[in-house]
Write a protein that binds this ligand. Structure first.
Ligand code: S3P
Length: 433
């Protein structure tokens, strides 16, 4: 499906974003492993979260979804850590790297073997980085050619390990920590830089062992744990599109309520502030039932930006926002450099070359130098047809570019936005009227 976006007026009023995708995956997974009913409100509606739900159901998990007063209530009726049944067919993770990698961790602790597969994009992404530590813990894992999916995991008796991760990846860290819950003794993961820490928050929320020292996180094997209510806040990465749009379109004043305020996800807000953005954070009081992490309302007012220099260490905290930040950089005064973006090459698409290409097509100055992305601005953008490469974040970045560009911008395969943000294009129309 193509979507056409025309330049638009200010973004004003209040706009609530979908439930956080990362927290949603974890709420479902922890709920399915717990004993008792985990009630979840605010679950992310996207295709990736649906993939996790479908995989858990295929292993016998009892998950009910109710729509009450326009709100989705999810009841995950957990039966304990080892109560899954062997699935009768391959588990389809769709486009979702988080589903596949976190499930690899959980399957490592089961007493059956299961195959995980996904769409063409997921089958291109690296899985050996996850299989390596899980194998050391005692799982038997078969990868497809080149260390890719489909992946078959045969669980076994696991032992805790001290894993020094070669990449800052929350999916990799989380897979190992989840397997650690099934292992004998302690499991620790040390990362080269801080990646998002939702698994750590979720472990704490479910009263499971977790501790951190600098870049090292530890957990321990347990026999079981009890269900907890979970309230999922708005997704910071989904909000990023509106934050950049409201910053760049003059006269905007947009409020985003109940947004995740976890610092490992909101680093892009601090970066935009460094560039000159006017953001007002209004933290919520503690005590929201089921909240696993800090939450805030965010007010964005339009302002002009200057260029940024992003260091390699900052990148894990900005990983999903780089495309929209690169678009912001096209409108900032000066030359911006985003350093050390190698991980972007193995996302839902090769986002590093794709974003440089899209920005160039729009008439901006953007180039890849080694693993760096260099963008100069401010540049007037010219609307045209853009290929999203079936990558949700590229589709939405292209759409926001369309608000700023002269003429019309068409996004090809725009339906892929549903992976994280169903209703994005409707919201884009309504926020401007
Ligand atoms: C995620 C971690 C990130 C991110 C992805 C979701 C998660 O991937 O890009 O969208 O929920 O743990 P990596 O940890 O592999 O960088």
């Amino acid at each position: 499906v193509n979507q056409t976006v025309a330049p638009g007026g200010p973004l004003r009023g209040e706009l609530a974003v979908p439930g956080d995708k990362s927290i949603s995956h974890r709420a479902l997974l922890f709920g399915a492993l717990a004993k008792g009913t985990t009630g979840i409100t605010g679950l992310g509606p996207g295709g990736d979260v649906k993939s996790t739900m479908a995989c858990l159901k295929a292993m016998g998990a009892d998950i009910e979804v109710h729509l009450v007063r326009k709100q989705t209530l999810v009841a995950v009726k957990g039966k304990g850590m080892r109560a899954f049944a062997q699935p009768s067919a391959a588990l389809d993770c769709g486009n979702s790297g988080t589903s596949m990698r976190l499930l690899m961790g959980i399957l490592s602790g089961q007493d059956f073997s299961a195959k995980l597969t996904g769409d063409a994009s997921l089958k291109r992404r690296p899985m050996a980085r996850v299989a390596d530590p899980l194998t050391k813990m005692g799982a038997a894992i078969k990868l497809s050619k080149g260390g890719k999916a489909p992946v078959t995991v045969k669980g076994g008796a696991l032992r805790g390990i001290e894993f020094v991760s070669p990449v800052a990846s929350a999916q990799l860290k989380s897979a190992v920590l989840l397997a650690g819950l099934f292992a004998d003794g302690a499991t620790t993961v040390t990362e080269p830089a801080r990646s998002r820490d939702h698994t750590e928050w979720m472990l704490r929320h479910f009263r499971l062992p977790v501790s951190r020292r600098a870049l090292t996180v530890s957990t321990e094997g347990v026999k079981g744990f009890a269900a907890q209510p979970v309230r999922v806040p708005g997704d910071a990465s989904s909000a990023a599109f509106w934050v950049v749009a409201a910053t760049l379109v003059p006269g905007s004043e947009l409020t985003i309520p109940e947004l995740n305020a976890n610092p490992t996800r909101t680093a892009y807000l601090s970066l935009l502030e460094r560039m000159g953005a006017q953001l007002e954070r209004k933290p919520w009081e503690e005590g929201i039932i089921g909240a696993t992490e800090p939450v805030m309302d965010l007010v964005v007012r339009s302002s002009s930006l200057k260029a940024c220099d992003v260091s390699e260490d900052e990148v894990p905290g900005l990983i999903d926002e780089i495309p929209i930040l690169a678009l912001a950089a096209t409108q900032a005064e000066g030359t911006s450099r985003f350093r050390g973006l190698a991980e972007l090459r193995v996302k839902e698409s090769d986002r590093l070359s794709a974003i440089a290409k899209i920005l160039t097509q729009l008439g901006a100055e953007a180039k890849v130098e080694g693993d760096d992305l260099v963008v100069s601005g401010p540049a007037p953008l010219k609307g045209r047809a853009l290929d999203s490469l079936h990558d949700h974040r590229l589709a939405m970045t292209g759409a926001i570019a369309g608000l700023l560009a002269k003429g019309q911008t068409t996004i090809k395969h725009a339906e892929c936005a549903d992976i994280s943000y169903p209703g994005f294009f409707d919201e884009l129309k309504s926020v401007r009227s």
